[in-house]
Write a protein that binds this ligand. Structure first.
Ligand code: AMP
Ligand code: MN
Ligand code: MN
Length: 325
């Protein structure tokens, strides 16, 4: 039997961070507010105590996250003079491959994996996985508090962005009393909740709302109303004047249909079929995604389907049925 890699304690991670002087915060492809906010929040806090910090992210910063501090420094390039003992901090990803293909190979001894996904592959030298936390930013908050670092207003804004992203603005079932307490503390530390709300949940481009209309018009209700799915393809993006960043909220509207237990959005553009899955609480969509090479959480997961849209629709339906839908 393969022995599972042990999780790191808070003390071990704090000691490792103290020992290092240079860091690269690594965010996942198609970044969201959690992966980016966690890297920026930790990075800004470490720069304040004299550490050198870079931010690696393969894809550009999405329009709705450009309000976050330090996003001008996020890049898919690493500096030529990066010290050999820089610690690569992977945030919010269950497998290292989620960093994308532009990240040069990193020696395992230089990796710290901070995450809250179920089924994290524990690919780091140190694996700080708190899967009962609502966001990776919440894991960073635990570390910063253990280090006794000041939570400045910019750091607080980054970490509250993580929480608000992954709780859907305090709506999803991961919004525990502890999440609300941390959020209150972050607001007291100066987090700008109004700005976060505006950028992430309001301020939609007209094109995004038109795309939502097209996607909802194409939605299908199956399995006696327990499963709702739709798709977005290149033609719909073109006709709405939208792009991939405008697809974020669509799947939540499917999940919100009464009686729906599982929802899926098939994103058929950029040369692949990527699938977002959401549950209403009975079906574990992380387990469903994991059977097709994806991952995520009980209530929200994703995967890239190895096949065309038609195959993806059939394959995901089958996987959901196998999971008891
Ligand atoms: P999304 O539907 O893109 O918002 O993703 C929902 C959740 O699934 C997030 O926690 C993602 O990290 C995770 N996820 C999305 N796509 C993948 C993938 N291809 N592999 C593993 N996890 C994924
Ligand atoms: Mn994420
Ligand atoms: Mn997350």
């Amino acid at each position: 039997m393969i022995e599972e890699v042990r999780l790191a304690t808070t003390e071990e991670v704090v000691a490792e961070i103290r020992r290092r002087s240079s860091f690269v915060m690594v965010s996942h492809v198609k970044p969201d507010g959690d992966t980016l906010g966690a890297g920026l929040g930790l990075g800004i806090a470490l720069k304040a105590i004299g550490k050198r910090v870079h931010y690696f992210q393969q894809d550009p910063v999405p329009r709705n996250l450009r309000f976050l501090p330090d996003t001008d420094f996020v890049s898919r390039e690493l500096p030529a003079d990066l010290p050999g003992d820089a610690l690569f901090v992977f945030g919010d990803m269950s497998s290292a491959s989620r960093a994308g293909e532009y990240l040069p190979p990193v020696e395992r001894k230089n990796t710290l994996n901070i995450d809250h996904h179920l089924g994290n592959e524990r690919f780091g030298e140190l694996n700080y996985i708190l899967d009962s936390e609502a966001s990776t930013g919440s894991c960073v908050l635990v570390l910063l508090q253990a280090m006794g670092l000041a939570i400045t207003a910019p750091v607080a804004t980054c970490l509250l962005t993580c929480i608000m992203t992954d709780t859907g603005g305090f709506i999803h079932s991961n919004t525990t009393p502890s999440v609300l307490r941390s959020s209150a503390m972050l607001m007291e530390a100066g987090a700008d909740k109004v700005e976060i709300t505006e950028n992430i949940f309001a301020n939609k481009r007209f094109a995004a709302q038109r795309l939502l209309g097209l996607a909802l018009s194409a939605a299908v209700l199956e399995e006696d109303g327990r499963y709702c799915w739709t798709y977005v393809d290149d033609g719909m993006l073109r006709s709405a004047g939208a792009d991939g960043e405008d697809t974020e909220e669509i799947v939540n509207h499917l999940r919100a249909v009464e009686g729906v237990e599982a929802a899926a959005l098939f994103k058929d553009f950029d040369g692949a079929v990527r699938v977002s899955l959401r549950s209403s609480g009975r079906i574990n969509v992380q387990a469903v995604a994991a059977t097709i090479g994806g991952g995520g959480h009980f209530m929200a997961s994703g995967l890239t389907y190895p096949g065309d849209l038609q195959a993806a629709v059939a394959g995901v339906r089958e996987a959901l049925r196998n999971a008891g839908l």
